[in-house]
Design a protein around this ligand. Structure first.
Ligand SMILES: Nc1nc2c(ncn2[C@@H]2O[C@H](COP(=O)(O)OP(=O)(O)OP(=O)(O)O)[C@@H](O)[C@H]2O)c(=O)[nH]1
Ligand SMILES: [Mg+2]
Length: 320
């Protein structure tokens, strides 16, 4: 078996090599070559990761296409990950399709990948985090479209640098959102379909009201914006500017690096929990878990799993 290529080989090989590397990552996540590719990618971040989330039909893909057009016109390379809710797999159209239809297949600087969701609606699959780490090393922008927003590492906040939550005018999403207590997660709120007029203005006012309760001195000041992707378009420029401002803010004082380190740690813990269970995780020392902050987090993670599995085989289940 050929195994995963090196990061340089993936860079040189373009979209074909990346597609192959992502397939390897899904089919053989623990292969040595896959793990070392991920470790290399983790330490060579290039782009900024933007999570675009919100309920079905709110206009995420249409907005994603508009953002991609803008970035490409500025000469920036873009990777897109469209996370399909599990329930849609096998039936209906995939979220990535709308994007793909709008994209030029010859464009080497635009790569679109559909991925299945994890267990819960909106949750990311086990391979989403590594896939995004790899794409982050290759593109100026990585855009992740998913329906869920939440605080766990399997949600968009566990992988994105900037989280944009889309709200549809007149849908009551904003109200539901305030109740659900996840108002803290998004860095930006976008009311879509602003061409709907009064309803859009009301959604903006509702969100701004809810946001006024979210006061953290020294923290990022989340904005509410409106966009319409109907020709001639509205609000795309301000959204791009807000995204750039958030990226700049995150980079100051190394906040983005810290955030990414925390994401790696959280994802590592979740991965350990999944593979070796709570008892296995408890058996690991703080010191060994700190390897997740080190040079080879993906290889270390695999070693930690193996060490616990090996120990549990060595331990007799009952005394003679
Ligand atoms: N009036 C209006 N309609 C829009 C706008 N943006 C998107 N739509 C329409 O809203 C519908 C859903 O758009 P999508 O971009 O597919 O929404 P989505 O959030 O990606 O949907 P899922 O991926 O299925 O969750 C489509 O019929 C779009 O044409 C807009 O700015 N104004
Ligand atoms: Mg979509």
């Amino acid at each position: 078996m050929a195994g995963a290529a090196s990061l340089d080989a993936v860079r040189r090989g373009g979209k074909v090599a990346l597609a192959q590397a992502l397939s390897d990552l899904e089919s053989a996540p623990d292969a040595r070559a896959t793990l070392s590719l991920l470790d290399a990618a983790y330490h060579a971040p290039k782009g900024h990761v933007i999570g675009l989330t919100g309920p079905p039909g709110v206009g995420k893909s249409t907005l994603a296409a508009a953002l991609v057009r803008h970035w490409r016109s500025m000469g920036e390379s873009v990777g897109v990950v469209a996370v399909d809710p599990s329930s849609k797999i096998g039936g209906g159209s995939l979220l990535g399709d709308r994007m793909r239809m709008a994209a030029n297949p010859e464009d080497q600087n635009l790569f679109i990948r559909s991925m299945a969701a994890g267990g819960q609606l909106g949750g990311l699959s086990e391979s989403a985090f590594p896939a995004i780490i790899l794409m982050r090393a290759l593109f100026d922008r990585v855009l992740v479209e998913t329906v869920g927003v939440g605080q766990s590492e399997t949600d968009i906040s566990g992988v994105a640098d900037s989280v944009v939550f889309c709200v549809q005018p007149g849908s009551g999403d904003s109200l539901q959102f305030m109740k659900s207590g996840i108002m803290e997660v998004p860095d930006m709120f976008v009311v879509t379909k602003a061409d709907l007029g009064d309803m859009a203005a009301k959604a903006v006012a509702d969100l701004e009201g809810a946001l006024s309760l979210r006061l953290h001195p020294g923290d990022w000041d989340a904005k509410v914006l409106q966009v319409s992707t109907l020709d001639p378009g509205l609000g795309i420029g301000p959204l791009i500017a807000a995204l750039d401002a958030h990226e700049h803010w995150l980079k100051t004082q190394g906040r983005r690096d810290l955030k990414r380190r925390d994401q790696m740690r959280s994802w590592g813990h979740t991965n350990l929990l999944l593979h070796i269970g709570r008892d296995g995780l408890a058996a690991l020392s703080e010191k060994s878990l700190r390897q997740l902050d080190g040079e080879t987090p993906f290889q270390s993670l695999y070693q930690l799993r193996i060490s616990v599995q090996f120990q549990s085989r060595e331990t007799p289940s009952s005394p003679d």
